[in-house]
Design a protein around this ligand. Structure first.
Ligand code: ADP
Ligand code: MG
Length: 266
């Protein structure tokens, strides 16, 4: 296996990374500071970015660092629940036995959020991932559910995360009210050249390899063909390591990257 060849304890580019071992990218820092702000104001935030840019990973890290005595996190992805399942699931997570009618569930959710925040002093942090899959109806309903008119203090944090399409959906007139309520927004930019370099060497180090196997030309080629999207970087780098292993080549230059990229394109 290439891991043995390179003296790696595991492939650091496929393994699910623990939240505390993530690469601290500019994206991660910028998003964190916005989420920090949102934590103080509460209300609704938006994280958009290409698939594989690290949105879900960053949110997983954020949630893992919340004090469970002060925050109750609930995560849903529209790629694996229906809209009704989301409403029911949310009501359940907030401690309610979901009723049947949608309007009744909305009411339950609001009541549960209010009592959690005002009676138990716990802020619900609700993450709705893959929000670009939402219909305009769902976006409108979200605005209604998360509209706590009686108080200007938002008793919740709602984070919407999804692909860039969500931004154009939100610019539609009908979605104006929701867009206007966004307290923070962040668009993931992907890793910059220097970051790809640091990312590759720090991942290799994590798996026990200190030596720099990627040349500067390789890093440039990897950055330009992946746009710095972590998921694409991971798969291209893995393929580079495989290819170099097959050729018994200890160093990875741009030639190896092109060959590995070609294999991935097949
Ligand atoms: N900061 C990071 N450090 C290490 N790996 C990361 C980081 N951000 C993303 N990744 C990796 O990139 C892949 C894609 O990230 P993901 O969060 O699923 O993207 P998205 O939700 O934007 O589609 C994941 O497998 C994850 O392990
Ligand atoms: Mg995701």
């Amino acid at each position: 296996m290439f891991t043995q060849y390179f003296g790696l304890k595991f492939n650091p580019f496929t393994k699910e990374i623990q939240a505390d071992k993530l690469f601290i990218s500019q994206d991660l820092l910028e998003l964190e500071s916005r989420l920090q702000y949102l934590q103080n104001t509460r209300g609704i935030g938006l994280v958009a970015g290409e698939p594989g840019s690290g949105k879900s990973t960053a949110l997983r890290k954020y949630v893992s660092e919340l004090n469970p005595g002060l925050y109750k996190s609930c995560y849903f992805s529209l790629s694996n629940v229906t809209v009704l399942e989301f409403y029911q699931g949310l009501a359940l997570e907030l401690g309610e036995q979901p009723l049947h009618k949608k309007v009744a569930i909305f009411h339950q959710i609001q009541q549960a959020i209010n009592s959690m925040y005002y009676e138990r002093r716990i802020t619900p942090v609700i993450i709705l991932d893959e929000i670009h899959l939402a219909s305009n109806k769902l976006l409108e309903d979200l605005r209604l559910i998360f509209n706590f008119k009686m108080d200007s203090q938002n008793p919740f944090i709602l984070i919407l995360a999804g692909q860039p399409l969500i931004r154009s959906k939100l610019t539609l007139n009908i979605n104006n009210p929701l867009r206007q309520r966004l307290v923070v927004k962040y668009i993931m930019q992907g890793l910059k050249l220097e970051e790809v370099k640091d990312y590759c060497s720090s991942r290799l180090k994590l798996a026990g390899l200190i030596e720099d196997v990627f040349t500067d030309s390789a890093i440039e080629a990897i950055t330009s063909s992946t746009n710095g999207l972590p998921r694409l970087v991971n798969s291209l780098v893995t393929n580079c390591l495989l290819y170099a292993y097959e050729k018994k080549q200890r160093h990875i230059d741009n030639e190896v990257v092109y060959q590995a990229q070609n294999e991935l394109n097949i």
